[in-house]
Design a protein around this ligand. Structure first.
Ligand SMILES: [Ca+2]
Ligand SMILES: [Ca+2]
Length: 292
């Protein structure tokens, strides 16, 4: 699959070069770019997501659980897969609610996973909310839908939604897997997302056999493949470095990470949106997204 898409891209490049200066650009496969600026030739629907119209918003709390650091690597790996080159996305760091504990600063990890397509709600909350609202409004005005993968609480999402014209709110789909995340969101934020957007409650990605993949395991055997992958390995290396560093002294010590395993449970919202929620767990994910 990667080989075919590389071939198509090189054909498209040579067609474009060959036709430079000519009137017609329709010959051959057009070389296009996604709204995120990446080369993109295969628009279409992936799971629930229409790559020609929709926007993915991925919000991470990273407070205090280190598992979001690994979930960032999870989505980063998905986005680097050639099938996902046309996905328009924006990620948010520091999208937390009322919980205590330390916020885990990880700008290099976000850069590796998302390039310049991420916002800092910890350092610049109001500006982040305004930018999210603008991106949402542009997408919906053009006929698309917004898919919010809520790796944490819904306060930032709700604040962005509340800036939109009221008629647009139901074009926002919010995906959440965790009761704890809901309980650490304000009541007002929950009122907005549950009753006034399209709210998708999926099963908890920390546990097996419940309808969501189990992206949480004490088994560390998959690390080798993740770290060895030439494309996504550097993201996982940074996620591992940070999660190993912070976990022992975090207000919540993540048991899978403490055991040398993996917890990127907040990638199940992504799996739901893009239709790979039939995966059993970490092994299936590694086979598909760390096989470059
Ligand atoms: Ca989280
Ligand atoms: Ca987890």
């Amino acid at each position: 699959m990667p080989r075919i898409s590389v071939l198509i891209k090189s054909l498209a490049i040579s067609a474009s070069i060959g036709l430079a200066g000519c009137a017609s650009w329709e010959v051959g496969t057009p070389l296009a770019f996604s709204k995120s600026g990446r080369e993109c030739t295969n628009t279409g629907t992936i799971g629930l997501f229409d790559t020609s119209l929709d926007l993915l918003v991925a919000n991470y709390d990273s407070k205090p659980d280190v598992d979001d650091l690994q979930a960032v690597a999870g989505l980063g790996s998905v986005l680097k897969h050639p099938d996902f080159a046309c996905v328009d996305y924006i990620a948010t760091s520091g999208a937390y609610g009322s919980q205590g504990g330390e916020f885990l600063v990880a700008p290099r990890l976000f850069d590796l996973a998302f390039g310049d397509q991420w916002l800092d709600a910890h350092g610049a909350r109001a500006q982040t909310i305004a930018t999210l609202a603008e991106r949402m409004e542009d997408t919906i005005a053009a006929g698309g839908r917004v898919w919010v993968a809520e790796a944490g609480q819904s306060d930032v999402t709700a604040a962005a939604v509340e800036k939109l014209p009221r008629a647009m709110w139901m074009s926002v789909h919010v995906v959440q897997h965790s009761y704890w995340n809901e309980s650490m969101s304000s009541k007002e934020a929950m009122q907005t997302v549950v009753y006034n957007t399209r709210y998708h409650r999926v099963q908890d990605g920390n546990f097996p056999d419940n309808g969501s993949p189990a992206f949480n395991t004490e088994d560390g055997s998959h690390w080798a493949a993740l770290l060895a992958d030439p494309l996504v390995g550097p993201i996982w290396a940074e996620a591992k470095r940070l999660s190993d560093h912070h976990n022992p002294k975090a207000a919540y010590v993540n048991p899978a990470v403490a055991a040398g395993g993996l917890d990127f449970s907040d990638t199940v919202e992504i799996a739901y949106i893009f239709g790979f929620d039939d995966m059993e767990g970490v092994g299936d994910f590694v086979e598909r997204f760390a096989n470059n």
